[in-house]
Design a protein around this ligand. Structure first.
Ligand SMILES: NC(=O)c1ccc[n+]([C@@H]2O[C@H](COP(=O)([O-])OP(=O)(O)OC[C@H]3O[C@@H](n4cnc5c(N)ncnc54)[C@H](OP(=O)(O)O)[C@@H]3O)[C@@H](O)[C@H]2O)c1
Length: 362
């Protein structure tokens, strides 16, 4: 199914957590990778990682670019690009609307415009909440006429990061449809560590959850027994995105989500076991938790951003189309327990290195 020749693929956000594993996967598959990077230090980190992993650096190059600049700050159109993967985003809680929109919406439209000029496939990364139609309706998003959505209201309800990801997905869909472009939207679940090594960036939401569990800040399970936080290991996600770049026929949308992720209670129990800590047993309704988090100082004390709770939800997703495509591409996910355990092990190792773990810890 894959194109037999090697391809040249441009990646925004190439030095991010997902991006660096995507670069590695594509280089390992023999493709040429161009990374759009905005600083020398980010480039050094990325090349250091790729070299450490034994990647073939002759097929890697970088160009300077910034989502926040007109034309992405590019002085000329890059050469020979056959696919553009758009991963770059401001990924943080409590982002003001204007900042989030500036980078994640306007910046994304600049990337789409570049793909149009290059006449190449655009693979853009949204998020699994785009497949939660009940959530979109509750936020007031008009799915059949997105242009009629009061986006400022969505920003107030969902927070800057999530709202900008939702808005950018709808605007990108409209742009690629209007321009008749070849485009694929990848909707990842919350990213877990590497299936084998468990490597997980400390800025990733799952790392924060493990940290809260380890330090006893998660005394109760948010939500009900029906609530879950779907996961996808970072290396599997990189393979999904790579397949979206190189396969001849790709569905318009790929929902990258491990259906074997258990409910949140079982996830926390398995993680607590790996961390050598007690698991919370009693549930706290999400609404009550949100209300508690309005108490000044509490989100900081508990290290929980209220907007992050939206990802813990009860919606079940249909991944049939994605699973059929991934089977054709011979992409398989590792077992849930394996990558969760690896992520926990990596958490313990990296925190031990910083001296932040308690001496009676695991
Ligand atoms: N991780 C998850 O759980 C998850 C789940 C669903 C969807 N996603 C989506 O997947 C994508 C990548 O996520 P990630 O976890 O890899 O995030 P990440 O580690 O925070 O990486 C973000 C990347 O975006 C780049 N970036 C930010 N602002 C930029 C700008 N103005 N111009 C150019 N590049 C800029 C960053 O570069 P610098 O180093 O220069 O800042 C970095 O390379 C995002 O679109 C995110 O919304 C992530």
């Amino acid at each position: 199914m894959n194109k037999e020749r090697t391809m040249t693929i441009l990646i925004t956000g190439a030095n991010g957590f997902i991006g660096k594993y995507l670069c590695l996967t594509l280089l390992q598959q023999g493709h040429e990778v161009q990374a759009l990077i905005r600083s020398k230090s980010s480039l050094n980190q990325l090349t250091g990682f790729l070299q450490q992993q034994g990647a073939t650096m002759e097929r890697f190059s970088a160009l300077e670019g910034d989502l926040e600049k007109p034309d992405l700050g590019l002085v000329a159109l890059p050469d020979r690009i056959e696919c553009l993967v758009h991963l770059a985003a401001r990924f943080a809680w409590n982002l003001p609307e204007q900042e989030a929109r500036h980078t994640n919406v306007t910046g994304s439209l600049r990337v789409a415009e570049l793909a149009r000029q290059l006449r190449c496939r655009l693979v853009f990364i949204s998020g699994f909440m785009l497949a939660n139609t009940g959530h979109l309706s509750r936020l007031g998003i008009n799915r059949s006429h997105p242009e009629q959505t009061d986006w400022s209201r969505v920003y107030r309800r969902a927070g800057g990061y999530e709202a900008s990801k939702l808005e950018s997905a709808f605007r990108l869909r409209e742009f690629v449809a209007r321009q008749g472009m070849d485009a694929v939207e990848v909707q990842p679940a919350t990213v877990a560590g590497h299936g084998l090594t468990g490597e997980l960036d400390p800025a990733q939401p799952l790392y924060g959850l493990l940290e809260n569990l380890y330090h006893g800040r998660l005394a109760m399970i948010p939500g009900s027994p029906e609530h879950w936080l779907p996961l996808i290991p970072v290396d599997s996600l990189a393979q999904v995105i790579a397949a979206a770049c190189v396969a001849n026929h790709v569905p318009d949308t790929l929902l990258a989500l491990d259906q074997n992720t258990p409910n949140l209670a079982a996830l926390l129990q398995a993680a607590a076991h790996s961390l050598g800590k007690p698991a919370p047993r009693r549930h706290l309704p999400i609404g009550m938790m949100k209300a508690l988090l309005t108490i000044p100082g509490l989100p900081g004390l508990l290290k929980v951003a209220p907007e992050s709770l939206a990802f813990i939800q009860t919606c079940r997703f249909d991944t049939t189309v994605t699973e059929r495509f991934l089977a054709q591409q011979q992409v398989t996910l590792p077992p849930f327990r394996q990558y969760l355990q690896s992520s926990c092990r990596h958490y313990l190792e990296s925190e031990a290195g910083t001296g932040k773990l308690t001496t009676h810890g695991a």
